[in-house]
Design a protein around this ligand. Structure first.
Ligand SMILES: CC(C)(COP(=O)(O)OP(=O)(O)OC[C@H]1O[C@@H](n2cnc3c(N)ncnc32)[C@H](O)[C@@H]1OP(=O)(O)O)[C@@H](O)C(=O)NCCC(=O)NCCS
Length: 146
């Protein structure tokens, strides 16, 4: 990918991330997003100016690293369709396992992932620092694609 393009993409994704995540500590900076996008085996799905998902894939395993939809476009099925599109892409690469981590208080995302067939297989205690003295667990979820 062209340097200028990927830098601009990182800024657009960071802007969407900033507006979507209420909790300041969970927001990704454009610098961090850039560091993800330049990694091998890391890719993205982008619905321009609405939302995106960044994921990685190694052989038959993949991970959703983050996903965010601008507040004004939430609850319109965009998140659902991004994950469905991701599943198609992964299957075409013979990748059939998707993993993710989600904050235990993120009921909308948990609802969406469960609706898509993801199952919880564990938890990381106090994984996310959402403020100086508040931490919340991460729920580990996975889906096997058929
Ligand atoms: C989580 C997120 C990506 C979902 O994207 P989206 O495009 O809004 O998702 P969809 O419209 O496809 O689905 C949202 C579902 O949550 C449901 N929902 C809405 N508010 C809810 C609530 N308070 N509790 C539970 N479910 C809720 C909707 O009804 C919908 O389910 P349905 O299709 O069964 O009716 C988006 O809300 C977002 O960007 N959130 C902030 C960032 C974030 O949390 N990212 C995920 C990190 S793992």
């Amino acid at each position: 990918m062209n340097n200028q393009f990927i830098k601009s993409l990182s800024e657009q994704f960071a802007n969407i991330h900033f507006q979507s995540f209420n909790q300041r500590n969970l927001r990704f900076t454009s610098k961090f997003i850039l560091s993800l996008l330049i990694k091998p085996n890391t890719s993205y799905i982008y619905k321009i100016n609405k939302g995106f998902c960044i994921f990685n894939h190694v052989k038959e395993e993949s991970e959703i690293i983050t996903m965010a939809i601008l507040p004004k476009y939430q609850n319109q099925g965009i998140g659902f369709f991004i994950v469905k599109e991701l599943e198609e892409i992964l299957l075409s690469m013979n990748c059939n396992k998707i993993y993710l981590e989600v904050a235990s208080n993120n009921l909308i995302a948990i609802h969406l992932y469960e609706k898509l067939g993801f199952k919880s297989y564990g938890k990381r205690k106090n994984y996310y620092s959402i403020s100086k003295d508040k931490k919340i667990d991460a729920i580990l979820m996975k889906k096997i694609l058929e």
